[in-house]
Design a protein around this ligand. Structure first.
Ligand code: FAS
Ligand code: PHB
Length: 389
């Protein structure tokens, strides 16, 4: 088999790149190790920056999102007895869009399949060969048979646990990592959201987040121990703990119900550099991870795809490699700013086991400054709605 771009990973990064390239007549094949149902069963991001929305429109897959998404012009931040709003629209003229990653991925699968896009599911032993040559190829197994794809480029969109990053030699790769001593326990419930905007809440019992997917599908998170498992938490225990971590006015009107999904995500900050090695390009979680506090995970995957897509377009349309040669530098510049924002918001609102009384006073002072200072809120809002690509 031959294609122009071999894409490893059928999550949002890989599918969005494949669909964008297809719209410009550039051929790709997507290799996905799981089934489509498994990929669609993962509940992850919920907040899209307008840059992501623009890319979905450019890919021709935004109709359902435009019809069903919710526009959020701000968010609520709570810390102990402190409660205030950050008005994105007033401070930046922009907003964010509530539309679940599951729906993004579903829309992308539908578009690829409608266009006859080649997606191979349940691939095994995907291996990238000769990425540092002008003739890379990828091999993989399906049903015990080995297949080979010769290609011009390989896009590693296979997430944190994928094979692409590992293909870059350790003598080339530099990795930066920070692990957090807690995770997020998240549930999905078919209940109306407690508030029309998100509520980020730092309490003496730990962090909590009230989010949503639509007017009858809510997404809630509480900071939890890394030793916890979802089975350790009954629905009743989760709701009781959530109510103890959010302001009373919201706790009193929280509509609870059975969880239809319950999972724990560990929190990590991670970046690998460079994001290119020869004709292999890393995108999304294959190259970087953020704690979800700043809602940047999926949104930094989008800007990677924007840079790589335009670089490949420039290469194929004009024979100019400037875009792909600058991919890693451009992507990393934006990624590190998202890493900083995600780290800062996590430190602002979570309880750390080693915090002492002084640390808590500093945390309160940080929240007070954000509450009182319009410029501080403007910095928060510019990062949250998404820095320019
Ligand atoms: P993905 O991990 O989504 O997709 C990679 C795909 O590659 C997967 O389908 C995988 O099966 C496949 N793959 C892996 N190895 C392969 C191989 N060897 N061969 C073939 N295929 C392979 N972000 C937020 O903004 N908010 C959140 O609340 C949030 N919650 C999250 C919760 C969890 C548990 C995780 C893991 C992430 C969360 N994220 C969140 C971040 C998440 O949304 C990612 O940023 C997003 O999935 C990135 O998309 P991809 O880069 O496509 O990677
Ligand atoms: C979500 O709705 O899943 C979500 C929203 C905002 C975040 C993290 C997760 O910061």
């Amino acid at each position: 088999m031959r294609t122009q771009v071999a894409i490893i990973g059928g999550g949002p990064s890989g599918l969005l790149l494949s669909q964008l390239l297809h719209r410009k007549g550039i051929d790709s094949i997507v290799l996905e190790r799981k089934t489509k149902d498994y990929v669609l069963g993962r509940i992850r991001a919920g907040i899209l920056e307008t840059g992501f929305v623009d890319l979905m429109r450019e890919a021709g897959v935004a109709n359902r999102m435009d019809a069903e998404c919710i526009i959020h012009d701000g968010t609520v931040i709570s810390y102990g007895d402190t409660l205030f709003g950050v008005d994105f629209k007033d401070l930046t003229g922009s907003h964010v869009v509530v539309y679940g990653q599951t729906e993004v991925t579903r829309d992308l699968y539908e578009a690829r399949e409608a266009a006859g896009g080649k997606i191979v599911f349940e691939t095994e032993a995907v291996t990238i060969h000769d990425a540092d040559s002008d003739a890379p190829h990828v091999t993989y197994m399906v049903d015990g048979t080995e297949h080979r794809i010769d290609c011009d480029f390989v896009a590693g969109c296979d997430g944190f646990h994928g094979v692409s990053r590992q293909t870059i030699p350790l003598t080339v790769r530099r990795e930066y990592e920070k692990l957090y001593p807690f995770g997020w326990l998240g549930i999905l419930s078919q209940t109306p959201p407690v508030h029309h905007e998100l509520i980020y809440s730092g309490s003496d019992r730990g962090f909590a987040l009230c989010s949503m997917r639509n007017e009858n599908l809510s997404r809630y998170y509480i900071q939890c121990s890394l030793s916890d498992t979802p089975e350790d938490w009954t629905d009743a225990a989760f709701w009781t703990e959530l109510k103890r971590r959010i302001p009373e006015e919201y706790a009193d009107r929280l509509v609870t119900g059975p969880s239809i999904e319950k999972s724990i995500a560990p929190l990590r900050s991670f970046v690998t550099e460079p994001m290119r090695w020869g004709r292999l390009f890393l995108c999304g979680d294959a190259a970087h991870i953020v704690p979800p506090t700043g809602a940047k995970g999926l949104n930094t995957a989008a800007s990677d795809i924007h840079y790589l897509y335009n670089g490949l377009l420039q290469y194929y349309a004009e024979g100019d490699s400037e875009g792909i040669d600058r991919y890693s530098e451009k992507a990393l510049t934006r990624i590190w700013k998202a890493e900083r924002f995600s780290w800062a918001t996590t430190n602002l609102l979570h309880r750390f086991p080693d915090q002492n009384a002084f640390d808590l006073k500093i945390q309160q002072a940080d929240v007070d400054f954000l509450r009182e200072n319009r410029e501080a809120q403007s910095v928060f809002a510019q990062n949250y709605v998404g820095l320019p690509y």
